[in-house]
Design a protein. Structure first.
Length: 203
């Protein structure tokens, strides 16, 4: 098996992604059960930061895999839905901001699943989507830390706005870009299936 075989499953980046997902129950326990907002914020920030780590390892150590290309965006979606959902529950961030993020994530998730069921090719995450995700992954831990009783809470709150607004704008811009990208992927996926030798012959 070659070093750049994308069919691999057991890779370091995939393991990092699985660990990120496994930490979500701990995040909810800290936030909802213990009301340790600063600790939950730090954990959520760490889970967001490791998104960059697994991508770096995958690219620089030839461990990019087909599973990782699917698993990493799924982990990001779950981090948003669970992370932001918990923050909404404890009123740890501006409610309108939180729901705009949730609405965008649900729209993208439903669209991706729908396109896949219709036979579209897999859609890679755009730079704008990655940049928006990064901004929001910084903003929400900051908002949560800003809602704690720590003396540094106002600083975290301000930094949440500084990273959150650009992140929100970029994420919505990326969502609009996915419309023509998705339609093109659908056309190409259907064309590839029609051209496949395994496709039923037409009389």
């Amino acid at each position: 098996m070659s070093d750049n075989d994308e069919s691999r499953i057991l890779t370091v980046p995939n393991a990092i992604t699985v660990v990120r997902l496994a930490c979500l129950p701990l995040y909810l326990y800290l936030l909802l059960r213990l009301d340790e907002r600063m600790a939950a914020a730090l954990l959520l920030a760490g889970l967001g930061a490791t998104d960059w780590v697994d991508g770096y390892v995958a690219r620089h150590f030839n461990q990019v895999s087909t599973l990782g290309k699917v698993l990493d965006p799924v982990a990001d979606r779950l981090l948003f839905l669970v992370g932001v959902g918990g923050i909404i529950w404890v009123d740890g961030a501006p409610i309108w901001f939180s729901w705009m993020v949730i609405a965008r994530e649900l729209f993208v998730s439903v669209a991706v699943i729908g396109l896949a069921l219709l036979g579209a090719k897999r859609i890679d995450v755009t730079w704008f989507g990655k940049a928006g995700t990064f901004g929001l992954m910084v903003a929400f831990p900051c908002f949560l830390a800003g809602s704690s009783t720590a003396s540094s809470a106002p600083i975290f709150q301000a930094f949440g706005w500084m990273t959150g607004i650009p992140g929100l704008v970029l994420s919505y811009y990326a969502a609009f870009l996915y419309v023509p990208i998705g339609l093109r992927a659908l056309r190409e996926g259907r064309a590839a299936r029609r051209a496949s030798p395994s496709s039923p012959a037409r009389g």
